[in-house]
Each structure stands twice: as structure tokens, then as C-alpha cells.
Design a protein around this ligand. Structure first.
Ligand code: ADP
Ligand code: MG
Length: 611
């Protein structure tokens, strides 16, 4: 048999490499802008069309390239940045792998115009899908101008894989922010379809952060300065009061390179322990300077994960350093809060915790355990009439979940077979620490978290209200002005119709602020801005359908307003009603935020404990 192994063509090899380096338009922005930074530019302009599908153009006033370097730059492994393998362990530039331009040119139509200061005429090069089209002298300003058109024109599978324009634009903005936050001495501008999104003049780090994220942040930042022999950490961290639920402003940079790190994030979170609620993360912008030999940035093609030689030391220094910064700035003791107090103990859902699987069981909402005749309707929650088939199906599922029970009525053994309530039944509901309701059940013991259960009941009520209240507005006597950062403003504008439908009356100003003139009828005025921020965040994070998540957030906010606290004593009648209403909801097992509401301790478990 003949030999079968052949070398791939360069074009094919580049296309495969492009799969790793160039995932979406944002990757092109990142690679080109980083090249401009490496080229020593102090002014960089980014032009985007159609979220980068049609055009990503980056213009810089950096060192430019000679005609032969311009041609060479598209070759795979062509780099001016490292010469020996030693250099690989001492990386001071953004790029060094020499594969970005080759990869981009493999999957797009690229035009390069470049000129060095010493050359009187510049060079133009055109390459389409790795095919060299031409090289010509051209008159152009000093620096480099890359236009990347029709990304993935020759890789339809990739093109199809791109998300909605708003999502791709969000990715571009995210990459752009990561770079501009490390180079305040470079002025940057970003245009999308001709509209200026960012215009960032040369400044210092703090001013740059504020120019990027909005002036609201100005009062919130505490300077950080941690100087040790292993690492120097500077930058800013948020006052604990600045903490909102889901901060999207968590930035680590190492030797001026953005780094993702859950590990160091944990160190910061520990420094804030007992100062903020555990689900709240303050904004932070922390710049590490370390000996380049002590880190490995080469672990991932997009280089956002970085290995540290002495990571655990850095962890400890970071945690202690931030803690000290907070106590020195007098923010720590003033708001130290008592985690024992029931009032502030809000059930939370940690950001990085695995999302519990959507439970599949639907309880029959029309079932009344206090009635022998299940088809009659006397419960307050029997608003709908459903067909018996579905009811039976739901009951079957329910029984499967809490298996070992012949009938639902027997399982929920606090329920009576009488149509009125027998006192002996009520006595079988016990409240523990004014927090949990406990009831014996045939398969063991059922424990219900009273606050979460109540939240689920209220949530259900408000979800229905949100749907019913389409377009009705509660006009505010004193409109509220909210300053947003550029991205949030763009996102809010994007979903202005969805805001309106649920009852927000919002005006958009040119300075990225919004004026809230009206809010949905059941929302409280003081929760309005938080709810709006939550809605924008959720849209940014791309949590599915916008209008569904808006309704969700509104219903949760309204429920939080009324929910009974832990520590509230409940009468037997109140407990019974709560449990009834809970089982009448679509989802009695989990609170709207995804926390468990019911725990069943099975007989097996109990027997095991006694063995
Ligand atoms: P890397 O950045 O890893 O070296 P790239 O493929 O991104 O690899 O770029 C290849 C080379 O092209 C760079 O090393 C640099 O010499 C040159 N180059 C790319 N972009 C520019 C630019 N904007 N200005 C000057 N030279 C550039
Ligand atoms: Mg590069």
C-alpha cells in the first residue's frame, strides 16, 4: 500500500489554526488592536460594521512595516517579537505566536496599508482566504491600517455559528475594554456602523476606568497599592457599598495583559468576607506586575489564562493586601454586618455554583389535599380548569419524585381526608426556629423553607400580574436619573420596547444617562434602579429571551418586597395555607432564584442514622 501521510497545504493549516485563534469578530479586534499596541501606536481607531461580520478595521499610528515585512507578516509563525526559546519565558509584548495575521487572512478578505516613517511611500497588500491577490505601493499615513472584510466568507459553518449582532458587538466591546484598560496612555476610539461608541483620550488609569464605565464609579473606587518582592499590585477596588448583585467589572491584569482567574477572584472575595453579602462581588481593577519569568502566558492560544509559579503566595498577598486596603480606608468596620441576623440572610445563588437542573416535575396546581373529591373546586387557586388527563399525569410525576407513596393525600400527611381541617392535622405541622416548616410524611420527613416557599408563591402571583399589566405605568412624581456606562446604555436602548411593554417609561439622553419617568405598578420606587440594572445585566449575559427574563426579574423584585422574613412565627393555619399555595404553583421544588424549597429526609436516611 502506498504511503498515505501528506503535508497539509499552508492554506488549510492556517484555516485550522484560525479555528483556535479566531472564533468570532471580537477575536479579530483583539489581535489587530494588540498588534497596534505592540507597534508603539499612541492613537488607535477601530471601525466595526455589522458587529464585525462585514468589516473590522483597525488604524494605528505605530511603527508601520517595510514592504517585505508587510508581506512576511501574513506567513505562519512570522513574528518580530521573539527570536529564541528563551524569549518565550520573558514575554513583554501582547503577541508572540506569529499566527494571528495568517489565521485572519485564512478566513477573511484582508487589506493592509502600512508605512514606516522613513519610507516615502507605503505598501498595500490584499489577501483573500489565504490567496495572495496583490501588493502595490500606496500613499498612506505613517502606521498601519488593516481592513478585515466578510469574516468566515469561506467557512460557512463558522459564519452560521455567529450569534446575534448585539451579542457579537458585546464580545467586541468586552475585548476592547480589556485592552483599553491596560493602556491609558494610548487614545482609542471605537465606531460601530459609523456611530462613535467610545472616545477615550490619553489619561491615567482611574480616568480611563471612569471613561469606560461611567462617572458613577468615581466615588466607588479605593486605590490599591500592594508592594512585595513577589508581586506588585496596583489599581482600584470597590467600596463594599458599591457592590451590586452581579458585578461585571472584575478585572485582573498581569504585566498589562488581561487575565481570567477564578482563583484570584476567590482571594478578593475572601478579603470582602463579612463586608458584603456572599453573592455580591465588588468591582475591581487590579494590575499585577511580576517577573515575566515567573509566569507562563503560553498556556492558551488566546492567552487569557496564565500560570503562576508561586500562585498561592500571590493569593495570600492579594487577599491580605485588599483586606488591609479596606480597613485603612475605614470602609470595613462601618458596614461590617452581622451574619447572624435573620433580616439580612437572603437566600442566594452563588455566581459560579452549578445551576441546578430544571426540575421536570410539575405538580397539579388544582389539587386540594383537603378535599376528598378532587374534581370539585373550592380552593382560591383553582382559577383554571384543566383536563383530568393532565392532572393525573402531574400527580403521577409527583408520586415518582417522592416515591414509596400510594397516594398523594397520604404522602402529605398533614392533609386531612375531611373537607374541613381537623385540628390534629394542623398540629402535625411544626415550625423550627421560625424558619422551617416540618411535617411527617409517609416516606419520612418533609422540611420546607418558609421564606423561599413564600417567595415562590409571590413570584407566581406577580408573573401573572406582569403579564396582565401590559403597558400600564405608575408615573413617578420625581423622575429618577440613572447614569449608565456606554455598554449598558447601548444595551438598554436595544431593549427599550421590552422595557416599555412591562410598564417602564424611560427617556434616553445623549450623555448615556436615562430618566425613569414611570415604573410598573407593583414595583417600589426604591427598587427601580436596581431592577433596571438587573435587567440590563441579564440581557448582557445573554440569558435567553429578553422579555421572559424581564418578567422574571420584575416578579422576583416584587416578590422580594413582600416575602415573609425568617424569624416570623407562623400560626398553624398560616403554615397550612403557605404549603397549600406552594403546591399550587408550577414549581414547588425550587425558589425563583433556583434554591431548593423542600427537603425530604427519607425513612432510609432516618433508619441509617439509628443503625
Ligand atoms: P505576533 O503578534 O504574534 O507577532 P501577528 O500575526 O499578530 O503575530 O503579527 C505578525 C507580525 O506582523 C508582528 O510580529 C509584527 O512584526 C507585524 N505587525 C502586525 N501588525 C502590525 C502593526 N499594526 N504595525 C506594525 N507591525 C505589525
Ligand atoms: Mg499579534
Amino acid at each position: 500500500m502506498a504511503d498515505v501521510i501528506r503535508l497539509m497545504s499552508d492554506a488549510l493549516a492556517n484555516q485550522i489554526a484560525a479555528g483556535e485563534v479566531i472564533q468570532r469578530p471580537a477575536s479579530v479586534v483583539k489581535e489587530l488592536v494588540e498588534n497596534s499596541v505592540d507597534a508603539g501606536a499612541d492613537e488607535i481607531t477601530v471601525n466595526i460594521k455589522d458587529a464585525g461580520r462585514t468589516l473590522v478595521q483597525v488604524i494605528d499610528n505605530g511603527c508601520g512595516m517595510s514592504p517585505s515585512d508587510a508581506r512576511m507578516s501574513f506567513e505562519r509563525h512570522a513574528t518580530s517579537k521573539i527570536y529564541t526559546s528563551d524569549d518565550l519565558f520573558c514575554i513583554c509584548t501582547k503577541g508572540f505566536r506569529g499566527e494571528a495575521l495568517a489565521s485572519i487572512a485564512a478566513v477573511a478578505e484582508v487589506e493592509l496599508k502600512t508605512r514606516r516613517e522613513e519610507d516615502s511611500i507605503g505598501t498595500q497588500i490584499i489577501i483573500n482566504g489565504s490567496q495572495f491577490v496583490g501588493q502595490n505601493p500606496v500613499s498612506t499615513t505613517v502606521g498601519t491600517n488593516f481592513s478585515v472584510k466578510n469574516l468566515f466568507f469561506n467557512v460557512p459553518a463558522r459564519r452560521k455559528f455567529l450569534k446575534a449582532n448585539s451579542t457579537e458587538l458585546q464580545h467586541i466591546i468586552t475585548e476592547f475594554q480589556r485592552i483599553v484598560l491596560t493602556h491609558p496612555s494610548i487614545s482609542f476610539s471605537l465606531y460601530h456602523n459609523g456611530t462613535l461608541i467610545y472616545n477615550l483620550p490619553q489619561s491615567n488609569i482611574k480616568q480611563r476606568i471612569i471613561n469606560v464605565f461611567g462617572k458613577n464609579l468615581n466615588q466607588e473606587l479605593i486605590p490599591v497599592e500592594i508592594d512585595t518582592s513577589i508581586v506588585k499590585i496596583t489599581g482600584f477596588t470597590g467600596k463594599p457599598t458599591a457592590t451590586k448583585k452581579r458585578s461585571d467589572k472584575e478585572y485582573f491584569f498581569v504585566n498589562n495583559r488581561f487575565m481570567k482567574s477564578q482563583y484570584f477572584h476567590k482571594a478578593v472575595a475572601l478579603a470582602y468576607e463579612n463586608l458584603v453579602r456572599p453573592d455580591c462581588i465588588p468591582p475591581y481593577f487590579l494590575y499585577f506586575e511580576v517577573d515575566p519569568h515567573s509566569i507562563d502566558v503560553n498556556v492558551h492560544p488566546t492567552k487569557t489564562e496564565i500560570n503562576f509559579e508561586n500562585g498561592s503566595d500571590v493569593f495570600r498577598l492579594l487577599q491580605a493586601g485588599i483586606r488591609e486596603t479596606l480597613s485603612k480606608s475605614n470602609v470595613a468596620p462601618a458596614i461590617d454586618f452581622d451574619s447572624e441576623s435573620d433580616d439580612i440572610e437572603v437566600p442566594y445563588f452563588p455566581k459560579d455554583a452549578p445551576i441546578p437542573p430544571m426540575p421536570k416535575v410539575n405538580f397539579n396546581p388544582f389539587y386540594n389535599p383537603f378535599e376528598t373529591n378532587q374534581s370539585s373546586s373550592s380552593g382560591g387557586y383553582q382559577q383554571h380548569n384543566d383536563d383530568g388527563e393532565r392532572q393525573r399525569h402531574n400527580i403521577d410525576n409527583w408520586q415518582q419524585l417522592y416515591s414509596g407513596n400510594e397516594s398523594l393525600t397520604e404522602d402529605l400527611s398533614f392533609a386531612s381526608h375531611e373537607s374541613s381541617f381537623a385540628p390534629k392535622v394542623e398540629n402535625r405541622l411544626i415550625q423550627i426556629k421560625n424558619k422551617y416548616i416540618v411535617s411527617p410524611s409517609k416516606s419520612g420527613i418533609m422540611i420546607i423553607d418558609q421564606r423561599r416557599a413564600h417567595k415562590r408563591v409571590l413570584y407566581q402571583k406577580y408573573i401573572e400580574k406582569v403579564d396582565a399589566n401590559v403597558d400600564s405605568v405608575q408615573t413617578l412624581l420625581y423622575p429618577i436619573t440613572l447614569n449608565l456606562d456606554v455598554t449598558s446604555f447601548a444595551m438598554a436602548f436595544d431593549i427599550r420596547d421590552e422595557f416599555q411593554v412591562v410598564g417602564f417609561d424611560i427617556e434616553f439622553n445623549e450623555d448615556n444617562s436615562i430618566i425613569i419617568n414611570g415604573i410598573p405598578p407593583f414595583l417600589s420606587e426604591d427598587s427601580a434602579t436596581e431592577v433596571i440594572n438587573d435587567i440590563i445585566d441579564s440581557y448582557k449575559e445573554g440569558h435567553g429571551n429578553v422579555s421572559t427574563s424581564i418578567k422574571d426579574i420584575l416578579a422576583i423584585a416584587a416578590a422580594n418586597r413582600e416575602v415573609i422574613p425568617y424569624g416570623k412565627a407562623l400560626s398553624p393555619e398560616e403554615m397550612r395555607q403557605l404549603i397549600d399555595s406552594l403546591f399550587a404553583t408550577n414549581e414547588p421544588n425550587f425558589s425563583p432564584e433556583g434554591d431548593p424549597e423542600i427537603v425530604i429526609v427519607g425513612l432510609d436516611e432516618i433508619e441509617k442514622r439509628f443503625s
